[in-house]
Design a protein around this ligand. Structure first.
Ligand SMILES: Nc1nc2c(ncn2[C@@H]2O[C@H](COP(=O)(O)OP(=O)(O)OP(=O)(O)O)[C@@H](O)[C@H]2O)c(=O)[nH]1
Ligand SMILES: [Mg+2]
Length: 230
C-alpha cells in the first residue's frame, strides 16, 4: 500500500483540530503532521493528544506552514508516496480523503484537487468573494496554462516526488494556486474530485475578512501571471 502523509497547517484552531484528526481514515494515513503556526491557544496540545505529530513554525503564513511540514518529512527517516494537504478548521470532510488519493494510487494522476464548487456545499460555507475569486483564477489558469480546474481548494493530494519537483515557494495565500499552475506548466496529470464543504469552526483568517480576501485575491492573480515569466 502507498504511504500517505497528511499535512495540516493550523493557526489557533483548538476547537476544530481534534475533530479534523479524528475524522482522518487511519488506514490511509501513515502520519498526520500538524504544523502549529504560532498559535496562542491549545492547538498543539489538542493535536498531539489526538495522535498527530506536531511541529512548530513561528513564521506566519499558510505556505510557510506547508513548507515547514515538507521540511519535516524530508528530514524524517521514511519516504512517503503521497502528501495530502488539509485545513485545520473542519470545513472539509477528512473522511473523503480516500477519494482524493485513489486516482493517484491507481496510477492515473499526480495531483488531485478536492473541488468544493462541484461538491456539496453547506449554504454560506464558501463565501461569495471566495467563489468569485476561484472562478476568475481558474479561468485564467485555463486560458494561460490550458488545464481545467474549478477550485483552488486546500484539500488535495499529490505524489510526493512530483511535489518536490514543483519547487514550491509561496509562503502565504498563493500556495494552493502556485501548486496548480506549476503542475499545469510541468505537465503533471491533474484532476479534481468533488469534496463536501461546511462552515468552519472558530475564527476565519482569510476569506472571512475583507483584508484577508483582498490580500489573497491580489496574491493569487500575481502568482498566476508571474509563472508565465519564470
Ligand atoms: N490565514 C492563515 N491561515 C493559517 C496560517 N497558518 C496556518 N493557517 C491555517 O490555514 C487554514 C486556512 O485558514 P482559514 O482561516 O480557514 O482560511 P479560509 O479557509 O480561506 O477561510 P475561512 O475558512 O472562511 O476562514 C486553517 O487551517 C488555518 O488554521 C497563517 O499564517 N495564516
Ligand atoms: Mg477555512
Amino acid at each position: 500500500m502507498k504511504k500517505t502523509v497528511v499535512i495540516i497547517p493550523a493557526l489557533n484552531e483548538e476547537r476544530s483540530i481534534g475533530r479534523v484528526i479524528a475524522d482522518i481514515p487511519r488506514d490511509f494515513a501513515a502520519e498526520i503532521v500538524v504544523v502549529n503556526n504560532g498559535s496562542t491557544d491549545s492547538t498543539a496540545q489538542v493535536a498531539s493528544d489526538s495522535g498527530a505529530t506536531v511541529i512548530d513554525e513561528a513564521r506566519r503564513g499558510y505556505g510557510q506552514a506547508c513548507l515547514a511540514g515538507m521540511d519535516y518529512i524530508k528530514n524524517s527517516s521514511y519516504l512517503p508516496d503521497i502528501i495530502v494537504f488539509l485545513d485545520a478548521d473542519y470545513s472539509d470532510y477528512p473522511q473523503e480523503m480516500k477519494d482524493l488519493i485513489s486516482p493517484i494510487t491507481e496510477g492515473r494522476y499526480d495531483l488531485v484537487i478536492g473541488s468544493r464548487t462541484i461538491g456539496e456545499r453547506q449554504k454560506g460555507a464558501l463565501l461569495p468573494q471566495a467563489l468569485v475569486g476561484n472562478y476568475i483564477a481558474t479561468r485564467l489558469i485555463r486560458l494561460l496554462y490550458h488545464v481545467d480546474f474549478t477550485d483552488l481548494g486546500p484539500f488535495r493530494a499529490i505524489r510526493y516526488d512530483k511535489l518536490l519537483s514543483l519547487d514550491m515557494r509561496d509562503r502565504t495565500f498563493g500556495w494552493t494556486v502556485e501548486m496548480q499552475v506549476k503542475a499545469a506548466k510541468k505537465g503533471l496529470r491533474c484532476t479534481e474530485v468533488p469534496v463536501s464543504y461546511r462552515k468552519r469552526i472558530g475564527t476565519s483568517k482569510v476569506t472571512g475578512t475583507i483584508k484577508g480576501s483582498v490580500m489573497a485575491g491580489v496574491k493569487i492573480i500575481w502568482v498566476i501571471f508571474r509563472q508565465l515569466f519564470s
